[in-house]
Design a protein around this ligand. Structure first.
Ligand code: NYM
Ligand code: MG
Length: 260
């Protein structure tokens, strides 16, 4: 077989022009390095890259209270599961953690907290789940998340807190691949079987939240008319989500929220 040191000398020699090409072909033949082999190596490399970026999608549903997020989340979960995807349903606040229980008692008006403090708790509740979310996504599971950082910013800034201040603790969390905003006039939402009696569930406040949400739209947002019949909303969300899941499956890097 052709010694590697001699091979390298030939390839690196400055006078190697036509000779180099000749030698390259001859060497490839003697080493049995023909083109199909070379191209299959390249293909394998691409496929490996491709595989490492392949992941589940982070899909967030947002909207006012009573916009239908929770029922649409479960319909979306079933739709993607029926197509054979790995999917999990998540929600924020996650009331099962210690932080989540403090949030839950605040929402139930059982405890009082400074507006800034509760904002940070909502954010901490997402941070305590961040690494698990990433693990799930990288393992190929799509997450359908009922509320995320946009709720955090929309609800707190509706109270009068500075919007940039509200965004700051969310910076660096995983950025959703798709935000499905279920758009409903606050008056229509209020008509829907009444609010549950938690803090924030008042028409006047929800109007302010709706306004705050409008300031948060970015390229990942898709707005759906939540006043349409439930099946129509379901169909639209399904199509949008499927498109996103397919893109992430093909390979898409994870990115961070609101990082410049
Ligand atoms: N909420 C939710 C916030 O104020 N900040 C947040 O970060 C999140 C995730 O909690 N009215 C508010 C919005 C809702 C309330 O959520 C409880 P849900 O989805 O109604 O259980
Ligand atoms: Mg609610």
């Amino acid at each position: 077989m052709f010694p590697m040191s001699q091979l390298r000398r030939i390839f690196e020699h400055p006078s190697t022009g036509y000779l180099l090409k000749f030698q390259a072909v001859a060497t490839r033949r003697s080493l049995n390095l023909n083109f199909p082999f070379k191209s299959s190596v390249r293909k394998m490399h691409l496929e490996n890259n491709h595989k490492s970026d392949s992941r589940g999608a982070l899909i967030v549903l947002e909207g006012l209270d009573r916009c239908g997020k929770t029922s649409q989340s479960s319909r979306l979960l079933s739709f993607l599961e029926r197509l054979g995807y790995l999917v999990e349903s998540w929600r924020f606040p996650d009331r099962n953690t210690g932080v989540g229980q403090m949030i839950s008692s605040y929402l139930a008006n059982e405890s009082q907290l400074d507006d800034h403090a509760i904002h940070l708790l909502f954010s901490a509740n997402r941070w305590e789940k961040r690494s698990l979310m990433e693990t799930r996504l990288r393992s190929g599971t799509t997450l359908i998340v009922d509320r995320y950082s946009y709720s955090g910013v929309a609800f707190s800034s509706a109270k009068g807190l500075d919007i940039e201040w509200c965004k700051a603790p969310e910076m660096g969390l995983l950025a959703p691949d798709l935000v499905l905003y279920l758009d409903i006039p606050p008056e229509k939402a209020a008509e829907r079987g009444g609010y549950g009696g938690e803090r924030y569930e008042q028409l006047e406040f929800q109007r302010k939240v709706a306004h705050s949400y409008q300031l948060l739209h970015d390229v990942s947002w898709k707005t759906v008319d939540a006043c349409l019949p439930i099946e129509d909303v379901e169909k639209q969300l399904g199509e949008m989500a499927l498109d996103c899941v397919t893109t992430c499956q093909k390979g898409k890097a994870l990115s961070r929220l609101w990082s410049s």
